[in-house]
Design a protein around this ligand. Structure first.
Ligand code: NAD
Length: 484
């Protein structure tokens, strides 16, 4: 088959009415013309991405701040800049090993043959990013995609337009459009983007939009990785030190203004410890934020729509009988246009309240009580499978019980959030909180085709099982029945 025919086959279906199709086509044709990149070329791509991030880091801090109204520059630096540089560093360190074909184990059916699993690039990867950690979550999948030798098209979130400009400029500095291209725009562009026949599509965003993306991808049989959200429960045991738990929960709940997919969504505490927990949270929050007014360490709620959504949760819960406890050091009254909410504890919540039905994504923290751990396990299992589960407990047996009897994308024992930052752990959801996983080696594998290759030996068992089948083979069949 000549090259022109190969390209024609690889390019079908030709979605000629999709205005983004030429971008994909250009990348795919170049990918097929040039062939899979070597280890050195992949390392070079990662170095170029790293340099672009370093060169643009001040612009990243400014742009994310502008898009949020206010975003702590330290939070942007650690989450969006350092998080990404760490991912690149880890990938560069291990890529040679990851690229090596892996040997499959010896098989008695193939005593002299060799069997290997060889990773090869898939081709063009589509990446759709969210607004909440807009640089990290848009470019972290790119690290895995480049390591695996792919090209990529990136769709940024329309809710962070200034950040999208900086991401576009970074990508232009580091890559040609045939290698990596950024597409910006709203939901119409997003819909066109997810309709493209990518070789793999990774989406980070809400479960609701995730369904739409998966439906669009299914038209092309494009495999998807869906990094979605959910309500991540936090369980505190009967004897875990409350100052330690409260400090970690407050840190995780207020980081990025609570706008993290794995933020602790609600807390379960033994009934007898509830008042102590409220006090411990008050102490912990006041220690980190002596006053909320004018505090540059506090990240604002991203826009008016989300601000109104959070206030509506509080109003709904109050109307249905919940008690509201605000932790508001310095008694801040937010000025007009300042989208800051105190840490708002909601007590006595029930499942008919919207705050217990939807992912919160903001600084509201429902606190539920329990008397027996079985109640907690039953509650978690009767609700959609969460992206993360947190358990504060020094008792190994109880911890093991919670981990083994509940399902969540990931879990963290005696802390919140930070399992996401461990390079050796894959990251992803389960059920409605996501499909597939990435980060580190798992990102490399997700964006690779794992090709199974059998190197047959000169003498093989299989060549003995050929017609004419005679009585000798009947004996072999009887033996095989006993042996296998
Ligand atoms: P979102 O679903 O509203 O938007 C995400 C992206 O989808 C944006 O780029 C948007 O342009 C695009 N989009 C919108 N309509 C689309 C369509 N019809 N087809 C294709 N794409 C479309 O999510 P968001 O508000 O940006 O982010 C918040 C959500 O993301 C929360 O639910 C949070 O839990 C989740 N999240 C998950 C992770 C994770 O790693 N699992 C990380 C961050 C955020």
């Amino acid at each position: 088959m000549n090259d022109t025919n190969r390209l024609a086959i690889a390019s079908t279906p030709l979605l000629t009415d999709n205005p983004l199709m030429p971008l994909l086509q250009a990348q795919r044709e170049d990918f097929l013309r040039v062939g899979p990149p070597s280890y050195e070329q992949r390392i070079d791509s990662l170095k170029r991405l790293r340099q672009a991030i370093v060169d643009h880091h001040e612009q990243i801090l400014e742009a994310v701040n502008a898009d949020f109204g206010h975003r702590s520059r330290h939070e942007t630096f650690f989450a969006d800049v350092i998080g990404l540089l760490g991912e690149i560093r880890h990938t560069r360190k291990h890529l040679k090993k990851w690229m090596k074909p892996r040997r499959a184990g010896w098989s008695p059916q193939f005593p002299l043959a060799k069997a290997r699993i060889q990773c090869q690039p898939l081709g063009v990867i589509g990446i759709i990013g969210p607004w909440n950690v807009p640089v990290l979550l848009t470019l972290s999948p790119l690290v895995g995609a480049l390591a695996a030798g792919n090209r990529a098209l990136i769709k940024t979130s329309e809710f962070c337009p200034r950040t999208a400009e900086v991401v576009t400029s970074m990508i232009k500095q580091a890559f040609t459009p045939e290698q990596v291209t950024v597409v910006n725009g709203g939901s119409e562009v997003a819909a066109q983007f997810s309709a493209l026949p990518f070789d793999h599509l990774i989406f980070t965003g809400s479960t609701q939009v995730g369904r739409i993306v998966m439906r669009a991808a299914s038209e092309n049989l494009t495999p998807v990785t869906l990094e979605l959200g959910g309500k991540s429960p936090t369980i505190i045991s009967e004897d875990y030190p409350l100052d330690l738990a409260a400090g970690r929960i407050a840190q995780g709940k207020l980081l990025n203004g609570g706008q993290a997919c794995i933020a602790p969504d609600y807390v379960f505490i033994p009934t007898a410890r509830r008042e102590q927990l409220i006090e411990a949270l008050r102490v912990a929050v006041t220690r980190s934020y002596p006053t909320f007014a004018g505090n540059t360490d506090l990240t604002w709620v991203v826009n008016d729509r989300h601000f109104a959504r959070l206030k509506a949760h509080i109003a709904d819960a109050t109307a249905k009988g919940a008690e509201v406890v605000e932790i508001n050091p310095g008694n801040l009254t937010a000025g007009p246009g300042e989208r800051i909410l105190p840490l708002t504890l909601l007590l006595g919540v029930t499942d008919d309240m919207t705050v217990m039905q939807e992912e919160i994504f903001g600084p509201l923290l429902p606190i539920k009580t329990y008397d027996d751990l079985s109640q907690v396990i039953t509650y978690v299992n009767n609700h959609p499978r969460p992206l993360a589960l947190y358990h504060f407990d020094n008792n190994a047996a109880r911890t093991e019980r919670v981990l083994s009897q509940t399902a969540s994308g990931g879990a963290c024992v005696n802390d919140v959030l930070f399992h996401v930052a461990h390079e050796g752990l894959p990251f992803g959801g389960v059920g409605p909180s996501g499909i597939g996983r990435y980060h580190g080696f798992d990102g490399f594998v997700t964006f690779s085709h794992q090709k199974s290759v059998l190197y047959q030996s000169r003498w093989s068992v299989q060549s003995l099982i050929r017609p004419p089948y005679g009585p000798g083979l009947d004996r072999v069949m009887r033996l095989a029945l006993r042996w296998l």
